[in-house]
Design a binder for this molecule. Structure first.
Ligand SMILES: Nc1ncnc2c1ncn2[C@@H]1O[C@H](COP(=O)(O)OP(=O)(O)OP(=O)(O)O)[C@@H](O)[C@H]1O
Length: 256
């Protein structure tokens, strides 16, 4: 699904990604955990073909960057992020936002069929936001906007769905509700590969069977959740002794 080999990325004399390797197979769901400024968003921009590394190889969904037509490839990748949400038209109704995902566009310029509207409503219902269909996107709460944004991404039936800090700014109830929604996506049988980016270990749901730890633009560790979510690995990663508790199949971390 994703193959990244030894990439180096510099901008304005700053080294942002360094000797980064990452390999994602079909039927895996990955969480990327990193501190502020570790290069997570830059890596996502590379995967979506918005920026190019100075060195190294990037292959996504079998296409090699530098040899393939990236806009076509981008339609096969859903990207839910705060960077993306700003590009949407906040005066549109929620259902228009969702429908625009079908065409990989930021606004709905196309005529839509009854069947497409029904599909949008069905997806919104699945993510518990169909009651918002005719509300202006601008007036929705942050949690409601996230649900609409995820419905929009699902509308294009992506092979990879990237969720970049989707719980940022949500209260704990909204956060848990959204995490439940994400678990449902992972449980669907269409095998969309999920990539979930976060600063918070406790958001790494059991459905994320693999974890990548990023620090200073490097992949400092990658493996199954059982290999990575351990006290020694996380203490080493954070550079501080941490204690880890497993509750409801999720790891909760406290810094000692
Ligand atoms: N165009 C650029 N020129 C110079 N430095 C940049 C550029 N883009 C990003 N950076 C720097 O690269 C580093 C990694 O940024 P990035 O946004 O990828 O980190 P992140 O892990 O997503 O951070 P956060 O968790 O805070 O969102 C940061 O120090 C950032 O300031």
């Amino acid at each position: 699904m994703i193959h990244i080999e030894n990439i180096e990325l510099y901008r304005n004399e700053k080294r942002i990604l360094h000797q980064l390797n990452w390999h994602v197979e079909k039927n895996q769901h990955w969480a990327i955990l990193g501190l502020n400024g570790s290069g997570k968003t830059t890596l996502l921009k590379v995967i979506n073909g918005y920026i190019w590394p100075n060195e190294g190889k990037v292959q996504v969904l079998g296409e090699t960057y530098g040899e393939s037509y990236i806009p076509k490839l981008r339609r096969r990748i859903g990207w839910v992020s705060n960077a993306m949400i700003d590009n949407l038209n906040w005066q549109d109704n929620a259902i228009e936002i969702v429908l625009s995902g079908k065409f990989g566009a930021l606004r709905l310029f196309e005529e839509v069929s009854e069947a497409e509207i029904e599909e949008a409503v069905r997806i919104m219902k699945h993510f518990n936001c169909d009651h918002l269909a005719n509300k202006t996107f601008e007036y929705l709460s942050q949690g409601e906007r996230q649900r609409v944004q995820i419905s929009r991404a699902i509308m294009s039936d992506p092979e990879i769905l990237i969720l970049d800090e989707p719980c940022g700014g949500l209260d704990i109830i909204e956060r848990e509700n959204l995490l439940q929604t994400i678990e449902q996506i992972a449980g669907r049988d269409n095998c969309t590969t999920l990539i979930y980016v976060t600063h918070h270990v406790e958001e790494i749901l059991p459905c994320f069977n693999h974890v990548l730890l990023m620090k200073d633009g490097k992949d400092v560790a990658a493996g199954t959740r059982e290999q990575i979510l351990t006290t020694p690995v996380l203490s080493d990663f954070f550079g501080r002794e941490v204690s880890l508790q497993i509750e409801r199949d999720r790891a909760w971390v406290a810094v000692k």
